[in-house]
Write a protein that binds this ligand. Structure first.
Ligand code: AMP
Ligand code: ZN
Length: 112
């Protein structure tokens, strides 16, 4: 966990462009955006995979989706957005701390 870049961002040890933070999640700009708006929504608790989700984490993720929906205007996503969670090797997951990519700000091509 000490080597986890997102834990370091959450702890303030690495800078990030934060757009929202509360007691259980942080949202910051992706350093290498693939859409006009590309945010990462990261639970503060370190876990990597949906397969590690217990009841408490399921509730956390439910609240997180609820918050993203409520914040769509303030995040600049009124015209629509896409959420992506990469899991494991085939998905190209590079940071093994669960995070939700939030993509928007322009029409998004659909693809794999
Ligand atoms: P994934 O491939 O789903 O694991 O996504 C990891 C994402 O984290 C990639 O889109 C990276 O561009 C992004 N990323 C890695 N390091 C940083 C950082 N220091 N600040 C912001 N985003 C980062
Ligand atoms: Zn972490």
């Amino acid at each position: 966990m000490n080597d986890c870049i997102f834990c370091k961002i959450i702890a303030g040890e690495i800078p990030s462009a934060k757009v929202y933070e509360d007691d259980e999640i942080v949202i910051f700009k992706d350093i290498s955006p693939v859409a006009k708006i590309h945010l990462l929504c990261v639970p503060k608790e370190h876990f990597a995979y949906l397969s590690e989700v217990n009841t408490a984490r399921a509730e956390l993720l439910g609240r997180t989706l609820h918050k993203i929906g409520k914040m769509k205007e303030q995040l600049g996503l009124s015209e629509g957005y896409r959420l992506v969670i990469n899991q494991g090797e085939n998905a190209g997951q590079t940071v093994h701390h669960l995070h939700i990519h939030i993509l928007g700000g322009e029409p998004l091509p659909w693809g794999k």
